[in-house]
Design a protein around this ligand. Structure first.
Ligand SMILES: [Zn+2]
Length: 416
């Protein structure tokens, strides 16, 4: 089995043009002694909207690695895949995010549910997790609820995992189980029993993406109770520690934070806790790079700024359509967005300042940013006109991409 490093960073790239700029940020971290590895992730949803195929992501990554003489390990993540779409990714990925959120709460046949409940029953009573002061009292109805909620999801993850290993003829890849795209957070106790089931089905998951408490909206900061997040994240780390000790799971199993870009208010918490317990982490980002492309174009001025403005204007007109697929992960109040006619009068600095995520900056507008975030479909529809503009201004665009990942993300997470 391929084994993922302790620290990995998911760098999604909608238009597959920023591989080098992204890798540069990872290499800057390496230069400062942080053994971080890159994972190029792209979901099926993104591929469909942008009209790219899994092989494009692989070749982008390979090109970047070659161009920069990067000598470390690197991965391409088939992000949020399921049985219906995994096949196309199998030859072009070495990391698979098995998304089973849709299976949460589904009911399997009664006998299977009863068998699983029997596996959990020995944990009825007091559950102590080393390192957690609080004792959890586990009741039979609670276990039944957990089986009803999560058993089919884990079973589905096993089916996807087996399909990948059968098609590849090996288990030489990273498997992540993701349950993050749901409204309700999974508690540390639920995570413990999910891990038991993952072990039962023999899925060698090396990363797991639960839904954490609070809102993880796309491209903007965390919205929620940071103290509550801290408590839950710390307990999750200890639950995983205990689970890898008593179940047969990979020792390097670690948490994966999805929609992980821009969650600046919790990065210091995550960083502090993984260092306290000497744990690994995977942070997954995607749209933040696309936003930097638009910022770079705005800064380039002239026709590039005009193109950035037209993306905003179209996204504003088509807001409902564009927001639909992201309904659970964005919060936009249309009334608070600037009118496109107003934006038309902005200069480069004003547009870039409104879009760029600098907490406390007077121009920064998270609503504007979230709308552009889902607006990549507009750029995709522009086809070569958009791509050629990126190529023309690749220096300034690339520098924005690198700076965003390194200065605003990696530095905060690793306290550099
Ligand atoms: Zn996700």
């Amino acid at each position: 089995m391929k084994k993922i490093e302790k620290y990995s960073f998911g760098i999604g790239d909608r238009f597959t043009m920023q591989g080098e700029a992204q890798l540069r940020a990872i290499m800057q971290a390496n230069d400062l002694g942080i053994p971080l590895v890159p994972v190029w992730n792209k979901s099926n949803r993104e591929h469909q909207i942008v009209r790219t195929v899994p092989a494009d992501t692989w070749s982008e990554a390979a090109r970047a690695v070659g161009a920069l003489n990067y000598a470390g390990n690197w991965y391409v993540d088939a992000d949020h895949i399921n049985l219906s779409n995994v096949d196309a990714y199998i030859p072009h990925s070495n990391f698979f995010t098995l998304d089973v959120a849709d299976y949460i709460g589904r009911q399997g046949e009664a006998a299977g549910q009863t068998d699983m409940l029997r596996k959990l029953q020995p944990f009825t009573g007091e559950l102590n997790i080393p390192g957690i002061d609080e004792t959890f009292s586990i009741t039979e109805p609670q276990l039944e609820g957990i089986v009803n909620k999560f058993h089919m999801a884990v079973k589905e993850a096993a089916l996807i995992y087996r399909r990948i290993s059968a098609e590849r003829g090996n288990e030489d890849f990273i498997a992540e189980v993701s349950m993050d795209e749901v409204e309700e957070a999974q508690s540390p106790v639920e995570l413990f029993f999910i891990l038991l089931m993952i072990d039962h089905y023999g899925i060698p998951a090396q990363t797991i993406a639960p839904k954490f408490t609070g809102r993880f909206n796309k491209g903007v900061d965390y919205v929620g109770d940071v103290d509550q997040f801290r408590k839950e994240f710390e307990q999750d780390l200890l639950v995983i520690d205990h689970a890898v000790n008593i179940f047969n799971l990979p020792r390097n199993l670690k948490l994966s934070v999805h929609s992980g870009s821009d969650k600046f208010s919790i990065y210091p918490v995550i960083g502090e806790l993984i260092r306290k317990y000497d744990k690994g982490i995977h942070v997954k980002t995607a749209g933040t790079t696309w936003l930097e492309e638009v910022i770079g174009l705005a800064m380039a001025g002239g026709e590039a700024l005009a193109l950035a403005k037209s993306i905003y204007s179209s996204a504003f007109q088509r807001m409902d359509e564009l927001c639909g697929p992201y309904a659970t992960v964005i919060d936009i109040d249309k009334q608070k967005l600037p009118d496109p006619s107003e934006v038309d009068a902005w200069d480069s600095a004003r547009f870039a300042g409104t879009l760029r995520h600098i907490p406390g900056h007077t121009d920064y507008d998270p609503m504007f940013r979230q709308l552009i975030h889902v607006g990549y479909k507009v750029a995709a529809e522009m086809g070569t006109a958009y791509l050629e503009m990126l190529e023309k201004h690749k220096e300034i665009v690339g520098s924005q991409v690198t700076e965003n990942i390194f200065d605003r993300h990696i530095k905060r997470l690793f306290d550099l």
